[in-house]
Design a protein around this ligand. Sequence first.
Ligand code: ATP
Length: 266
Amino acid sequence: MQANPSEPLSTPVIAAALQVPERFAISLLDSCESTSTLLLERAQQGAASGSVVVCERQSAGRGRRGRVWLSAPGDSLTFSLLWRFPAGMPPPTGLSLAVGVATARALEDMGAAGVQLKWPNDVLADGAKVGGILVETVSEGGCHVVVIGLGLNIHLPREIADAVDIEAGALSSVMPYAPSRNLLLANLLKALAAMLDAFERSGFSVFAEAWQSRHAHAGQFVRILAEGVEPIEGRCIGVDRDGALLLDTVSGLRRIVSGDVSLRPA
Ligand code: ATP
């Protein structure tokens, strides 16, 4: 497949690149508010596991805690994947970190260099944020249903770089060529499905080592911020088998669970 950054997204091209296309039901839209919002609605209406919404223009792309995810037509890849875990499976703790591992593997397989993961849900390359992950879980009749949202910058238009309060980056800067978005989406879906199969069997623990090997702040001093509470400072030791961040602080080892916290270099 030709690498062409402006190649339009195309369901047949994505399906051709998927080895098991029947595992996914891909809905390709020109515009929507948010692929995750739409897929959560479709989940309530009984959409099958493996349903995917990919969209060129999101008018209200979301990050965690109501934060905004910005994208630009042709320059970004934004999609969400619905997955239904079997009855009896415990809550999918650490899933957003495992999504990070699957994403990093797919990008690295396509030649991306310097991919790192920032706890709990950012994809970095050369220290700049190239992707955001949003995992939302709902319970349905004793089963956990997840909608995994992924936004990636293929290129980084000036207006997005200027609008965000962190250093943003683009995959085109760390890959030998700007990837075909169709091929990238197919590879990400394959990597996510393989990860979800393993996660279903063993949880996050089987991804902990792969996550740590890409940990952007390994051994560094960081500050954990959460609304209404004192920041916690400490040195990042790594993550445990549930994906919690382990911090060496003046008051001993602290275990930080994901949720409504943000990590910043100290
Ligand atoms: P943080 O990692 O800073 O604690 P978060 O995990 O809560 O933030 P996310 O949900 O990952 O944030 O994403 C939303 C944030 O990402 C926005 O507030 C903005 O700073 C940044 N952002 C939004 N769009 C982009 C983009 N296209 N590229 C890089 N960063 C972006």
